[in-house]
Design a protein around this ligand. Sequence first.
Ligand SMILES: C[S@@+](CC[C@H](N)C(=O)[O-])C[C@H]1O[C@@H](n2cnc3c(N)ncnc32)[C@H](O)[C@@H]1O
Length: 209
Amino acid sequence: MLRERLDELLAQTSLVVTDHQREQLVKLVQALDKWNKAYNLTSVRDPLEMVAKHIVDSLVVSPYLPQGSLIDVGTGPGLPGLPLAIINPDKPFVLLDSLGKRIRFIRQTCHELGIKNVTAVQSRVEEHQPEQPYAAVLSRAFASIQDMLDWCGHLTDANGAFLAMKGQYPEEELNALPKNVQVRAVYPLEVPGLDGQRHLIALGYADTV
Ligand SMILES: C[S@@+](CC[C@H](N)C(=O)[O-])C[C@H]1O[C@@H](n2cnc3c(N)ncnc32)[C@H](O)[C@@H]1O
């Protein structure tokens, strides 16, 4: 059932996802379902619903990821980072959350699914000191855009991007940003299986580009 639902939804996108990656994505849903009972990882309880709400909703961001390393801040149980890492196995991902049980879930799942391009970090984002600046800082359901910029500014450099996944177009949030913040792009996202609007907002600092 899970595999059929995943195939049905992916067929409505232009994403290229191999058979092996589809198997890993299904196993990720099964792991979320299993661990959710003890670890309360997500309020979505029905694994079939997770396919659209968590897996495909994460994957649709893939075409907009830049070259280089990415950090998913406030990743929770690895969303959107784990699905994206599965379909981009050559791209390095850091998945960061302050809650230990979520990071334990990510590490165990990477081990069981053979995911090699993920480093899971337990830390408050404000305290995380990267060895190298990340090419992009990504988040879903993490914070307001202003808070994301305030808390994550040290994670990237002049060329870096902030990629915020949002539902409705966040007009008020964007209008309230200071002048040195540049909205570089707004991508409306189509998520098969989900009603309602989804947007990816790409931001940077205007005086550093
Ligand atoms: C609403 S959840 C979203 C999880 C996931 N991104 C998703 O879309 O399902 C927000 C997550 O951000 C984490 N978080 C909140 N503030 C944080 C901080 N300052 N540093 C690191 N993680 C934080 C929480 O522990 C939580 O797992």
